[in-house]
Design a protein around this ligand. Structure first.
Ligand code: SF4
Length: 336
């Protein structure tokens, strides 16, 4: 069996911008533009970037909540857009689950916890009531919730406990992949480590894969095996997590790491502040899309789209990345 569980190839999602009574299309929001990556079995890939980078659109496409403009998604070597409705329902959707940032928004406050966790089993699994009851109690124990709390309502739990309920529900159908959308960012800092440790323990036990959507680099560093940095709908850098934090290549990655106070590769205490707003995805900047905010930008950057420079499993799309010379060359002299 291949180690690759899911692969995206050149995902593109453009939303038409319409205007006037006739609703004429006057442009396109380029939410994602050529996003390709793989997720291995039992491993975690994080998509990182500011709001508007395309992380959520990418995750929504994998969860079949968005119809792509073009591109392919392969799950266990099968193109999911070529699966029948029955195959999607029985073989793909149960295997790909999600946990949202704010469990409140995905829980009916009038449902008891046992029914919230049981929902996917009632809809998808052919189990009798007794089996569902036993499965729910086992899932509660698995995520550190007392089975005797099964008849309580969501408001009777803390934020961390509600996230445990959401994790239990996402595990109900024995998925292979869980999309974790900012899984701990709504929680108190003191609770975050508990939930992250829980997720890692569950991953180890079931050989689960995670796709983490996050902007908090401390979470990303703790959770991930590999990381894709996204900017304005594209992946600008991709590497194993350890390698990325040790040796970030792209000026945008370096700025993000610096802004998050995680020490950079050279351990210098130089703060890089991201200047300016993210440009509009309707009219992305020419050449390198980051050039309007990049402190290392030079003439070529606004004219030529940088090709990905690949070194092993690490790649970055920047004119300054030159592996023959030891990756970033000119930028080092500019203290990027
Ligand atoms: Fe900055 Fe130019 Fe590299 Fe883009 S290509 S990240 S603008 S140096």
């Amino acid at each position: 069996m291949s180690d690759i569980l899911l692969e995206t190839r050149d995902l593109v999602k453009h939303y038409p911008v319409r205007k006037g009574v006739m609703q004429r299309t006057i442009g396109y929001v380029r939410a994602i533009d050529g996003v390709s990556f793989t997720i291995e079995r039992g491993k975690t890939l994080s998509l990182v970037g500011e709001s508007g980078a395309g992380k959520t659109t990418t995750a929504s496409a994998i969860l079949l909540l968005e119809q792509l403009t073009s591109g392919s998604i392969f799950f266990e070597d099968r193109d999911i857009y070529k699966l029948s409705n029955a195959e999607l329902k029985n073989e793909y959707r149960p295997k790909v689950q999600s946990v949202q940032q704010n469990p409140w928004s995905s829980m009916n406050p009038r449902m008891r916890v046992r029914d919230i966790i049981a929902e996917p089993l009632v809809i998808n699994a052919k189990l009798n009531k007794e089996d569902i009851r036993n499965r729910v109690l086992a899932l509660m124990e698995q995520v550190g919730l007392m089975p005797e709390w099964a008849d309580r309502y969501p408001h009777e739990f803390s934020g961390g406990q509600r996230q445990r309920i959401a994790v239990a529900r996402s595990l109900a159908l024995n998925p292979d992949l869980i999309v974790l959308d900012e899984p701990v960012s709504a929680l108190d800092v003191s609770i975050r480590a508990q939930i992250m440790n829980l997720l890692k323990d569950i991953q180890d036990e079931y050989n689960l894969s995670y796709l983490v959507i996050a902007h908090d680099l401390a979470t990303v560093r703790f959770m991930s095996h590999s990381v894709a940095i996204m900017y304005l709908g594209q992946i600008v850098e991709y590497a194993d997590s350890e390698e990325l934090f040790k040796n970030p290549m792209h000026p945008y990655t370096r700025a993000l790491i610096s802004a998050s106070s995680i020490s950079g590769p050279d351990e210098k205490d130089e703060s890089i502040v991201l200047s300016g707003e993210m440009p509009s995805p309707i009219n992305p900047p020419s050449g390198c899309r980051f050039h309007t905010r990049c402190i290392a930008a030079f003439d070529k950057c606004s004219v030529e789209v940088p090709e990905p420079r690949v070194f092993g499993t690490h790649y970055a799309t920047c004119h300054l990345c030159d592996y023959e010379e030891g990756w970033i060359t000119k930028s080092e002299s500019k203290s990027v």
